[in-house]
Design a protein around this ligand. Sequence first.
Ligand SMILES: [Zn+2]
Length: 272
Amino acid sequence: MAPTPPEHELPQYELYAIRYATRPARRSEHFIGGDPHEAPMPMDYFVWAAVGAGRSVVIDTGFTEEMAQKRKRTFLRCPVESLGLVGLDPAAVETVVLTHLHYDHVGNFHRFPRAEFHIQEAEVHFATGRYMRYPQMSHAYEADEVCGVVRLNFQQRVRMYAGPVELAPGITLHPTGGHTAGLQFVRVHTKRGWVVLASDAAHFYENMDADRPFTTAFHVGQMHEAFDALRAAAPSRDHIVPGHDPRVMELYPAPSPELRGAVVRLDVAPRS
Ligand SMILES: [Zn+2]
């Protein structure tokens, strides 16, 4: 990756998290080795958008209502249509980052007719490779969606990377592996400095804070290293945004009162 210019020269993006689904769950589902406190620990589902400097970048595309039914998730709103809540027209979006190819991150790729998709090559290898014969490795992938990304590549609409990359000034992609073989997290420059969208490098704050990896795992050692990589990429812990934690909706402000519960701004400091 080219050296990053000094911070004052970087654009400052508005950064949004859109909560599109949720599910009830228990603590033991979220930590390798289980958890002695068998208490509820619900999981939220998000997509993210960075807007500024004349560009709009969508980070992950969520799943469809049909997939929510199939996988028994509570669908709150269409993640693609919800981009309109932050002023984006999905038909006009040109840049989509896919942190990985799990069903809850890639499900609506067909709803972005103009977009180019940015992903780590290791993730495509993993999702089309030898480990997918094992349900433990493949259960969070949908074969049709993986094939859809392969087709997009034949249409010159996929950019694959073999390492960290500067996607645009103030937006960088960082492969970590661990949860999947080719997971990447995203760092976005905002008015409060660099904000790190962990995606599934940290599902919950607690995974990261307690160094206790989530149960869906390809390489547990890399999951521990991913926590370190998140911390190294962020100015503080409060600049790291976990990928599935309902706390995000409590800590960050909605852009306007009517969007409460649906959208929060991550470029504004969280409640302490
Ligand atoms: Zn996920």
